[in-house]
Design a protein around this ligand. Structure first.
Ligand SMILES: O=C(O)C1=C[C@@H](OP(=O)(O)O)[C@@H](O)[C@H](O)C1
Ligand SMILES: C=C(OP(=O)(O)O)C(=O)O
Length: 471
């Protein structure tokens, strides 16, 4: 991988930072809705969807599997908020209505011989699309960024094999690139996914919740539904709840049979309803703006914060007060008020972030500026994110004169950062925004490849610069 020369000088705060920010739509919701729209019983409209690298890759992916999708109405206030129309893929889709659910499925002929899917560095694309291809009966080759080859895929490959797909791995075992080959029509009819009994798929869920979400998303589209058994820890519980909720909004019930260290879910075959939906604000991406208020003793509001949501980022409402940041929500606007004195007045925190792991780099930036030590637990699975986030956080904190330590499943922030430097983003959008937060308090700090924020927030630099109180 080449090291880019692009260095962005992060603006420092002159004093308390203030602002009212409108963050684009949620990546996790946008990409789930595109997958479900591909399997739906009619056209869907996704209003205020996120338009970023991850969602563009998802749109291309569902198109390559036979969905028709187009961006209809760029939002006039932001190029990263769009409306997306999706018509389902009908090539080999199951039609699991009540009559057919008992007798099998109805298929129409596929025109696709081999789809090509670029996953970029997107976890949702690399985990959600291969099962979608299986459910549609489309063979597809999956590739991505070189760094994506390091993200765990073995669990998913194994699950697809359990469903009867043939997987040809082109690189290291259990990673991208690979090809999903659908068996011939006759072989397919005897494969587990198409037998007359519900297929049982057993996986180890400890690496990523996305394996679970990926399989639940297609369960209702399989002719006999799906029984999913997941052993081991289940990280990012909030994202699994989001998956179940998105399915419920489209008329699909996921029955949780067991929970705990062994989770079991049953999804019956059912039509997935078409849907017109307005996508919620991305609350994880709202985090760095709330952090700006926290570390400068400022006041930042996020517009269009949903009252009820399954998003992991809603946990900011509980996390921020523990740090000494006041949070209020009124009429859809969430406001964070940092303590007078900013970073030096923040409390240290000891918290289990396993259910909301993607908030770690942002919380890590706050912890790295606080003079009290902090500990974030339950986040070992972040080693398989865009980069090994535990390692990256320790490296960057130490580069800037702070002290941090990572062990298998947690990270400790022992003493605060003291000096500016170049923060590496490792192609990780959340490491790039981690650098921006630190830059508020360390004048002269630069972030390598701030453009990597385009993965989920292409407007980041513009939105960040709109904060008031920056030098
Ligand atoms: O399903 C999703 O949309 C996501 C699930 C989580 O993945 P992991 O369970 O791998 O942490 C999360 O961290 C990621 O940002 C998005
Ligand atoms: C882990 C993340 O992304 P992905 O969807 O690529 O897994 C993230 O956004 O923090």
């Amino acid at each position: 991988m080449s090291i880019s020369d692009s260095l962005w000088e992060a603006p420092a705060a002159r004093g308390p930072v203030t602002g009212k920010i409108r963050v684009p739509g949620s990546k996790s919701l946008t990409n789930r809705e595109m997958v479900l729209s591909t399997l739906a019983d009619g056209p869907s409209l996704l209003r205020g969807a996120l338009w970023s690298r991850d969602t563009q890759l998802m749109l291309d992916a569902i198109k390559s599997l036979g969905a028709k999708a187009k961006v209809v109405l760029p939002d006039s206030t932001s190029t990263s908020r769009v409306d997306i129309e999706v018509s389902p893929a009908h090539y080999l889709s199951w039609r699991a209505n009540t009559a057919q659910a008992t007798s099998g499925c109805e298929r129409t002929g596929s025109a696709i011989t081999l789809a090509e899917v670029d996953c970029g560095l997107s976890g949702t694309v690399m985990r959600f699309i291969p099962p979608l291809a299986v459910s549609l009966g489309v063979s597809a080759r999956f590739d991505g960024d070189p760094q994506a080859y390091l993200r765990p895929q073995a669990t998913l490959i194994d699950a697809l094999r359990q469903l009867g797909a043939v997987i040809v791995e082109h690189g290291d075992p259990g990673s991208l690139p690979f090809t999903v080959q659908m068996p011939s029509e006759s072989a397919r009819l005897s494969s587990p996914a198409e037998s007359l009994t519900t297929p049982v798929v057993t996986i180890d869920s400890s690496g990523s919740s996305q394996f679970v979400s990926a399989l639940l998303l297609i369960g209702a589209a399989l002719p006999q539904g799906l029984f999913l058994r997941a052993r081991g820890k289940l990280p990012s519980l909030a994202h699994v709840e989001m998956t179940i909720d998105c399915l419920a909004q489209r008329g699909v019930t996921v029955h949780q049979v067991k929970s705990g260290y062994l989770n079991e879910w049953k999804v019956d075959p059912a039509p997935i309803a078409m849907r017109s939906v307005r996508l919620e604000t991305d609350l994880s991406n709202a985090g760095p703006f709330l952090a700006a208020a926290a570390v400068t003793g400022g006041e930042v509001s996020i517009l269009d914060w949903p009252e009820h949501t399954t998003q992991a980022g809603d946990a900011w409402r509980e996390i921020m007060p523990r740090l000494g940041v006041k949070i209020s929500w009124e009429n859809g606007t969430l406001t964070a008020r940092g303590p007078a004195g900013g970073a030096s007045a923040l409390h240290g925190i000891d918290c289990d972030l396993s259910a909301y792991g993607e908030l770690t780099p942002t919380l890590g930036a706050i912890c790295a500026l606080s003079s009290e030590p902090s500990r974030i637990r339950g986040i070992g699975h972040l080693r398989g994110h865009e980069t090994d986030r535990l390692k990256a956080l320790v490296t960057e904190v130490e580069r800037l004169g702070g002290r941090a330590r990572a062990s298998r499943d947690e990270i400790e922030f022992l003493s605060p950062v003291t000096k500016p430097g170049v923060v590496e983003s490792y192609h990780d959008h959340r490491m790039a925004t981690f650098g921006a937060i630190l830059g508020l308090k360390l004048p002269g700090l630069r972030v390598r490849e701030i453009e990597t924020t385009a993965k989920t927030l292409p407007d980041f630099v513009q939105l960040w610069s709109s904060l008031e109180g920056l030098a």
